[in-house]
Every structure is written in C-alpha cells, then in structure tokens.
Write a protein that binds this ligand. Structure first.
Ligand SMILES: Cc1cc2nc3c(=O)[nH]c(=O)nc-3n(C[C@H](O)[C@H](O)[C@H](O)COP(=O)(O)O)c2cc1C
Length: 196
C-alpha cells in the first residue's frame, strides 16, 4: 500500500512523541485505498481502553466503510464542505456519547470522556499509518433518524479515517490551500494559566 506523504509535523518547544507531533487532520483521503480490518479494530481498541469518569465508558460508535449504504448515509449527514471531502475517506465513524446511566442519572463527563477516547483512536490510527479527521459539522437529527439512535445517546462528531491523499486531489482552491497551510497553535505560556 502506498500513500501520499505530506510532512506537517508540529513544531514544538521540546520534543514530544513522534506520533503526536506527526498527527494532523487532512481533508484529502485516497479514494482507492482500503483500511485493513485489523487497523479499524486497533483504533477502536485504543478508544475502548481510554480513561473515563468512574470507568463509565460512555463512548459508542457507528463504523461504516466506503461503498456501504451506511457510509453514504453518514456523508449525507455532514454539513457544508465536510460532505465534499469526507466522502473519500475509507471509513467514517460516528462518535456518540451516552449522556445518562441506565437509571437516567446524568453522566457529567460523558462528552469529555468521548473526546478523550476519540483522541486515542486518532493517535492509534496515525501510529498505524492512517490519518483521522474529526468533524463537528454534522446533522445530529439526521444521524439520529437514519440510525435510530436512542434519545439518551448524543451523536457528537464524525471521524474520517483513511490513507492520506494528495492535496491536489481536493476539488476546491480553498480546500487545497488549507491542506498545505502552516499548522498553528497558541504558545504554551498562553495556555498555562498558572505554574508554580
Ligand atoms: C470537535 C472537533 C470538531 C471539528 N470539526 C471540524 C469540521 O466540522 N470540519 C473540518 O474540516 N474540521 C473539523 N475539525 C478539525 C479541526 O479543524 C482541526 O483539528 C484543527 O484545525 C487542528 O488541525 P490539526 O488536527 O491538523 O492539528 C474538528 C476537530 C475537532 C476536534
């Protein structure tokens, strides 16, 4: 399997793990390369073994491979330009938070825990030579209706997963420019509010 390369490694003030520095969110996915089943399983295992408040594990996933009706349904429920680029991803995953326990008690950290699990999923995917791109621009009600998602569950985001494509394959100038634009972050001293 050959994939496009595009080094967008983070510039850090001190070295960090190469998988973390090398992870980024592309919009160009190779439409011809499939993701082996074991790599999808590994990504989901990484999410499964994430930490969560009181080990409540409030993450649930709908996983759809390109070429399935489920994949097409998820694409239909992406907003705006997400629909344009994410259609090429080999796998789309709807990330869902269980907002209450079975007896209806609110799970205060459900979304926090789901986000953390999806972060681990992304890191595992990158470690396995894939790329992941999370999207919050989704049609929540449309996904609910299409997949019969229980009202106690909250679809939060969709992750596009697959092999990196080339920036030139993107359809619009805007997307091509964003794909190669410098990656930026606030400086550390702006993030650390206090450090004793
Ligand atoms: C919760 C969440 C929602 C996001 N929503 C979108 C989205 O709807 N469309 C999109 O193209 N990127 C989306 N992104 C990707 C971010 O724009 C991206 O992670 C950010 O610009 C940093 O870039 P990097 O991941 O390459 O470091 C989202 C990321 C997260 C974590």
């Amino acid at each position: 399997m050959t994939t496009a390369t595009c080094d967008r490694t983070a510039i850090t003030s001190t070295p960090i793990h190469e998988v973390l520095a090398g992870r980024w969110s592309p919009r160009s996915f190779d439409p011809a390369i499939e993701v082996p089943a074991e790599k999808i399983t590994a990504a989901l295992e990484a999410a499964r073994w994430s930490a969560s408040a009181a080990n409540t594990q409030p993450w649930r996933f709908i996983v759809a491979r390109r070429g399935t009706t489920e994949h097409a349904t998820i694409v239909d429920n992406l907003m705006g330009f997400n629909r344009e680029w994410a259609v090429s991803a080999a796998v789309l995953i709807v990330n869902i938070a269980t907002m209450t326990t079975e007896d209806g008690t609110p799970l205060r950290w459900a979304q926090y825990d789901l986000g953390q699990a999806v972060a681990l999923l992304s890191v595992q995917a990158h470690h396995d030579g894939l790329h992941a791109h999370q999207m919050g621009g989704i049609e929540v009600d449309g996904l609910r209706a299409a997949f019969g998602i229980d009202p106690a569950l909250e679809p939060m985001s969709v992750t596009a997963l697959g092999a990196l494509g080339s920036p030139e394959a993107l359809a619009s100038d805007v997307l091509r420019e964003r794909e190669v634009a410098p990656r930026v972050r606030r400086p550390l001293d702006e993030l650390v509010l206090a450090s004793a």
